[in-house]
Design a protein around this ligand. Structure first.
Ligand SMILES: *Cc1c(COP(=O)(O)O)cnc(C)c1O
Length: 418
C-alpha cells in the first residue's frame, strides 16, 4: 500500500505545489510564498479514486482498529508507519438517558480520552513523530496549551526522539507531569500560550528542530482528520450520520481536520450526507466567533477561561476553522466557565470523564438545544477531546470533594443522604 497524496494547495489563493515536497523536512515549514504564514496554510490533496481502489482490494473492516487503517489518506510512507501505535479508533458511546434529559433524539460521545496519552492530540502527534522520523529529523518541538505537548512527549519517548516543549506556565499540573515523566525537555513560558507558540517557532528556526505545530505543518492536521474519517465509518453503528458534530475550538485545527475527514468520506461514498458543525468557544476567549462575523481576528484579544486547551487568543488556523463551519452550514456558540463546569458533571454522570475544554463542547450543545439551534428531532455527536484526568483541579471544582467519615457503620449511616 502507498499513500495517495497528489499535491499541496494554499487554502487562501488556491496555488498548488507538488506533494513530493512532503518527503523533505522543509515541508513542515512550507506555507504559500504569496500568502504568508497567517493565511497561506497548505492543505494536502489525495487521489480519491486510488484510495477507493485500495479500499476495494483491502476493505476497511479487515483493518487494524487504529488510525493507521486510513493509511492511504495520510501523507506518510508505508515503511515509516509505526504500526504498533494504537492511536485513534476511539469508541462512540450512545447516551439515551442524556438525550432524554436534554430533549433531543440522540446524543453520542466520541471518547478521545481513550487515546494513549488521554487526548485527541495523540492522532496528530503520532502522525507528526512518524513524519519526523521519515524525513530524518533528530529532534522535535512544539508549543502547546498542554495536550499536544504531552502527546508529543509520549510519542517521542516511544520513538526515542528528543522533544523540546513550550507550555504556558499556567498549564494544568497533570499535563506537565506527563511531560516530565515522558522525559521531554520542557520550557514553562512565563506568558500565554500565544507567546509560547511564537517562541517555539523562533527556537525551531534557530536550532533546526522539527516543528510539530499543527497550524503551519500541513502533515499534522492529517492526523486530526482521522477522527472525521472514523465518525463517518462508525456512524453506521449508531443510526447513521449525525445531524450535528460538536467540537470545542482553540487554534481551529481540530474542527478543520474533522471536517476534512468527513468530507473525504462523503466524496469516497462511505456516507451519503454530511453533518453540520457546532463550534464551541469560551464566552471570554472567542476570537473565532469574532472572525466568523468580521472575517479577521480581533486586533486586541483579551479574556481567560478555565478550559485551558481552548484558551487561545490568537488562533493560528482561524481561516480553516471558519471555512469548515461555514461550509458545513454550521454555527458557533460560546460557553461560560460555570456552564463548562456543569457540563463536566453532566458528561461524567453519563459515563465519560471530560477535561474542561472537552466538556465545553457539551456545554455548547446544551445551550444550542436551549436556543433551538439544535432541534428536538436531531441527533448530535459530541467530541470529548480530552480526559478529565488531565485537569483534576477543575474536576474537583466541578464535582466537589467526598464526605469524610470515621471507620464505623454508624458514621456511614449518619452520612447517608436523607
Ligand atoms: C487542542 C484541544 C482542543 C482544540 O483544538 P484546536 O485545534 O486548538 O482548535 C479542544 N479540546 C482539547 C482537549 C484539546 O486538547
Amino acid at each position: 500500500m502507498a499513500n495517495c497524496v497528489t499535491n499541496l494547495t494554499c487554502i487562501h489563493c488556491g496555488a498548488t505545489f507538488p506533494g513530493a515536497n512532503l518527503k523533505t523536512a522543509e515541508a513542515t515549514w512550507m506555507v504559500c510564498p504569496r500568502c504568508g504564514p497567517m493565511d497561506g496554510i497548505l492543505d494536502v490533496g489525495y487521489d480519491l479514486e486510488r484510495v477507493q481502489a485500495a479500499w476495494r482490494k483491502n476493505p476497511l473492516q479487515d483493518r487494524p482498529r487504529n488510525q493507521w487503517r486510513y493509511e492511504e489518506l495520510l501523507p506518510l510512507e508505508p515503511d515509516a508507519i509505526r504500526r504498533e501505535w494504537s492511536d485513534g479508533y476511539t469508541p462512540i458511546i450512545d447516551t439515551p438517558r442524556l438525550a432524554r434529559r436534554l430533549g433531543v433524539q440522540q446524543i453520542v460521545l466520541k471518547d478521545e480520552g481513550r487515546n494513549p496519552t488521554g487526548s485527541f492530540k495523540d492522532r496528530s502527534s503520532a502522525v507528526g513523530v512518524t513524519h519526523a522520523l521519515q524525513v530524518g529529523a533528530t529532534t522535535i518541538a512544539c508549543a502547546s496549551t498542554g495536550n499536544a505537548a504531552s502527546s508529543l512527549a509520549g510519542h517521542a519517548a516511544l520513538a526515542g526522539l528528543p522533544a523540546y516543549i513550550f507550555v504556558p506556565q499556567t498549564a494544568p499540573e497533570p499535563k506537565v507531569a506527563q511531560l516530565q515523566v515522558f522525559g521531554a525537555f520542557v520550557f514553562a513560558v512565563k506568558s500565554s500560550y500565544d507567546e509560547a507558540y511564537d517562541l517555539c517557532t523562533k527556537a525551531c528556526r534557530e536550532f533546526g528542530w522539527y516543528n510539530r505545530n499543527c497550524a503551519i505543518n500541513p502533515v499534522l492536521v492529517e492526523g486530526k482528520k482521522t477522527a472525521g474519517l472514523e465518525i463517518a465509518e462508525q456512524s453506521a453503528g449508531f443510526g447513521g450520520v449525525p445531524d450535528w458534530v460538536a467540537v470545542s475550538v482553540g487554534d481551529g485545527c481540530t474542527i478543520a481536520g474533522i471536517w476534512k475527514g468527513l468530507k473525504q468520506m462523503h466524496e469516497l461514498g462511505v456516507i451519503d450526507r454530511l453533518p453540520r458543525l457546532l463550534a464551541v468557544q469560551a464566552d471570554d476567549v472567542n476570537p473565532i466567533q469574532y472572525a466568523m462575523e468580521h472575517n479577521e481576528l480581533p486586533t486586541q484579544p483579551t479574556g481567560k477561561t478555565i478550559a485551558d486547551s481552548i484558551d487561545v487568543r490568537v488562533p493560528r488556523n482561524w481561516r480553516k476553522a471558519v471555512n469548515a463551519i461555514r461550509d458545513s452550514a454550521g454555527t458557533l456558540v460560546t460557553a461560560s466557565d460555570d456552564a463548562i463546569l456543569d457540563a463536566m458533571r453532566l458528561t461524567g454522570r453519563h459515563g465519560v470523564f471530560a477535561e474542561p475544554a472537552a466538556a465545553a463542547a457539551m456545554a455548547g450543545v446544551v445551550s444550542a438545544i436551549e436556543a433551538k439551534v439544535i432541534g428536538q428531532q436531531e441527533r448530535v455527536l459530541v467530541m470529548i477531546t480530552g480526559s478529565g484526568l488531565k485537569d483534576t483541579k477543575n474536576a474537583i471544582r466541578a464535582a466537589g470533594r467526598p464526605i469524610e467519615v470515621a471507620p464505623t457503620v454508624a458514621a456511614v449511616a449518619a452520612s447517608l443522604p436523607k
